[in-house]
Structure formats: C-alpha cells, structure tokens
Ligand binder design. Structure first.
Ligand SMILES: Cc1cc2nc3c(=O)[nH]c(=O)nc-3n(C[C@H](O)[C@H](O)[C@H](O)COP(=O)(O)OP(=O)(O)OC[C@H]3O[C@@H](n4cnc5c(N)ncnc54)[C@H](O)[C@@H]3O)c2cc1C
Length: 402
C-alpha cells in the first residue's frame, strides 16, 4: 500500500471516529473521515438532551460491570483513556468539564462545544472530512470503497455506530461492512429505549413522573434486586432512566416471547404510611412517596376510594394497596424500536476483535471502535466514554502499526 494518499480512513464522524482520527493525526498520520450523513457528529450533538453527558467517573470495575458480561473487553481502552484522561483531553481543547454524581458534562452546558472542539482539532491536524459519503465496502486489498471510487489507505477504522435514531445517522450499514469482511454480527436489538406497556391504566398516566422507582424483570435469570432510578409514564408505556437501563434486556427477550413481565416498586422503603394518615385522604397520605395520580390509579385497580380517609381503610385493603405500590406488575409488549433507541444492543461480535489493539483478527489493517461493537451501557455517559476510549486506543495502535 506504499503510495496511498491516506494512512487511515475512518468510517463515521461520531465521537469514536473523530477521537480515532485525532489520535492518529497527532502521530502524523494522514487521515480521511467519511460520513454518510450531510452533517458530522449528529448523535453527539443530540446527546444528553443537548448537554452531552460525555463520560462517567465510576471506578473501572463498576464501569465495566455496567456493560454486563462483555464489559471486560473494554479494559485496555479504558486504561488507555479513562474518564480522567478524557476530561484532561477536553481541558486541553478548552472544554472544561464538571461532574454531577459521576456523570460528566461540559461546563458550557452544550454538546456543541464538544463537537466544535473536536472539529477544530481535526482542522488543525489537517484531518480531511467528507460528508454525504458512504463507505460501501472495505476491500481486503486495503482502503475503502464508496459509490464513486475506491480510496486507498494503509488502515481503516470502522466507527459506524449503532442502528438507533436514523435521523441522527443510525444505520446497519457498518454491520454489513464488517460482515462482508468476515465478522460475525450479534443480532442488534434496541436498547436505552422506552417500553410499550399493555395495561391501559398505565398509559392513562402519561406525563406522571416517579423518582427513585425500582424495576425488575419478572422472569427467571434476572437479578431480583432490579435497578433503581426515575421513571416516567408515556402514552404508550414507560420511559425514564430506570426503564431505559433495563430496556435492552427486555428487548432481547422479545426474540423468544411476546410479553415480558416487569415488576415495579414505586416507593422503595415505604414505611407504615397509615400511621401519619389519620383523617387525610389515602392519596394525600401517600403523596410524600408517590404522585397522587398514580395512587388514584393503583387504588382503582383494587377497588379502593383514593379520597377516603386513611382511618377507614381496612387492614386487608391496606395490604393490597401496599402490594400494588411495592410490587406492581406490568406487561411490556414491545419497545419504541430503533427509531427511539439511544443505543443498540448487539453488533459486531467481540470474538473477532483483539481488545488490546481493536484490530480485526480476520482482516489485518481493519480496526473497530464505538457503538458498532457488541457493547452497550446504561444511561449516564457510559456509551460516549466507550466511544471516545475505543477511538483513542484504535488511533494509537494504528499509529504504532504503520
Ligand atoms: C438522543 C441520544 C442521546 C444520547 N445521549 C447520550 C449521553 O448523554 N451520554 C452517552 O454516553 N451516550 C449517549 N447517547 C449514545 C451515544 O450518543 C452513542 O453511543 C455514541 O454517539 C456512539 O458513538 P459512535 O462514534 O460509536 O457512533 P455514532 O455517534 O453513531 O457515529 C457513527 C457515524 O458513522 C456514520 N456512518 C455509519 N455508517 C457509515 C458508512 N457506511 N459510511 C460513512 N459513515 C457512516 C453515521 O452516520 C454516524 O454519523 C445518546 C444517543 C442518542 C441517540
């Protein structure tokens, strides 16, 4: 490949691709980034509701555990660039960051400052970026095929992201490229996605929010402890961090069953709320723990008048109501799909990739980074951290290899 005009072609201008491009260009490689969308870094711009929760400061072991069984694969990338190094990196690009309960955001409050800084650095390093340019194949002889031409290069970094949010660049295009290069693809399913719920009463609560709820999947093999976080009823079902974080596991179950039972504790640690109730209405007495609209719905399910005074509530009904609050059973019938999936579960199988270099075990010179791989984390900066860390590690190794 001597005489190639580019040392490295990066497929995808997301955080993993731009970080890979920067790491390689800082080592004097000539880098071209291809982006199939008209604009670069669209998902990064939309991340964290526009605030860009760019990493998470949890200790390495906890960070890895949040990605489940596959998480260990990330260790070399996290060691090369963990949250401290990533924050220092952005500091040098004049993007100071701040931490809120392990979640890291740019002080500017805007994802734009993060993308702008990455693009400025790319410009200074003379990284070339071509938009509206889709990679259609990664030939064994090297380089990248696009609709117009084959562009030669010594190495290729596939940083094509996941399938979610097509409007922000999500597509299966990268899986096809990897598959044709011989890589196995683990069936992608939507993750970090709202759930569709069968029970009508739940949909009628659209807009009601509950803080600190606990959610567990009511099937064998899932942890009894569940996960805890905020929850929001929607007109189709449920969303909010606690739901999004469980949604990938629920979505996987839809490959084999049509409905997944979920059990919600709307008020973990609820104590004897009746004591202080007296003449207060049931809905009022429970207000410190759950919104009254929710109490009213739960009461109706078991034929209790939520406006009746607590003192009139029988022991039997009180036990039933507490059960409804602490172990409410709902039925997930689907997810809002890839259209609303912030992350994809599944993707390019890790077995074909060396974790220390992120190079393909099947096609030398082909590297991988980011969400395109079979790794997905919960909300909270985990996925962007993996994108940045893996892009950095791949860029470093490509520089060493060439
Ligand atoms: C609304 C939303 C909010 C989010 N918020 C957060 C958050 O706050 N914190 C967090 O950690 N994560 C968040 N995420 C997830 C996070 O944005 C992604 O995990 C991350 O962007 C993945 O980075 P990536 O570089 O791997 O892929 P992407 O950012 O998806 O970039 C891949 C790029 O490759 C391009 N591409 C694909 N195929 C080709 C091809 N064949 N040729 C050329 N170009 C191609 C795509 O168009 C895309 O621009 C959010 C996601 C969404 C959708």
């Amino acid at each position: 490949m001597i005489g190639s005009s580019y040392d490295l072609i990066v497929i995808g201008s997301g955080p993993s691709g731009l970080m890979g491009a920067i790491a390689a260009a800082r080592n004097d490689l000539r880098v071209l980034v291809l982006e199939r969308m008209p604009k670069v870094g669209l998902k990064l711009l939309a991340s964290g509701g526009g605030r860009c929760n760019l990493c998470n400061t949890l200790p390495e072991e906890e960070f890895i555990a949040a990605f489940g069984r596959q998480g260990r694969f990330m260790q070399p990338a996290l060691r090369a660039m963990g949250s401290a190094e990533l924050r220092a990196f952005f500091q040098t690009l004049n993007v100071p960051t701040q931490e809120e309960a392990h979640k890291v955001f740019p002080v500017s409050g805007g994802a734009e400052s993060v993308l702008d800084a990455l693009l400025k650095e790319c410009r200074e390093l003379k990284v070339e970026i071509r938009t509206n340019c889709e990679a259609t194949a990664i030939p064994k002889e090297g380089g990248v095929q696009t609709a117009e031409a084959r562009i030669p290069s010594k190495a290729v970094l596939l940083a094509s992201g996941g399938k979610g949010y097509a409007t922000l660049g999500g597509s299966a295009s990268g899986y096809g490229l990897a598959h044709r290069a011989g890589h196995e693809i683990v069936d992608p399913v939507p993750a970090d996605v709202p759930l569709l719920i069968h029970e009508r009463w739940a949909k009628e609560l659209s807009g009601v929010a509950v803080t600190g709820a606990n959610l567990r999947i009511g099937l064998k093999g899932f942890p009894k402890a569940g996960t805890t976080g905020d929850l929001l009823f929607t007109h189709q079902g449920l969303t909010g961090p606690v739901v999004l974080n469980s949604s990938g596991a629920v979505a996987e179950k839809f490959n084999t069953i049509e409905a997944v039972p979920i059990i919600i504790d709307f008020a973990p640690g609820l104590n004897d709320w009746r004591k202080a109730g007296g003449n207060k209405s049931i809905a009022n007495a429970l207000r410190p723990w759950i919104p009254s609209a929710l109490t009213k719905s739960l009461c109706r399910l078991i034929d209790i008048d939520p406006n009746a005074p607590v003192s009139k509530l029988s022991e039997k009904k009180s036990v039933l109501l507490t059960e409804q609050i602490n172990q409410c059973r709902l039925t997930a019938t689907g997810t809002e799909g890839f259209k609303k999936a912030m992350v994809t579960r599944g993707g390019i199988a890790l077995t074909g990739i060396a974790p220390n270099t992120l190079e393909s075990k099947l096609q030398p010179g082909l590297y991988f980074a980011g969400e395109a791989l079979n790794l997905d984390g919960p909300c909270g900066g985990f996925n962007l951290q993996w994108a940045f860390s893996s892009g950095h590690l791949a860029g470093q190794h490509i520089s060493e290899a060439l």
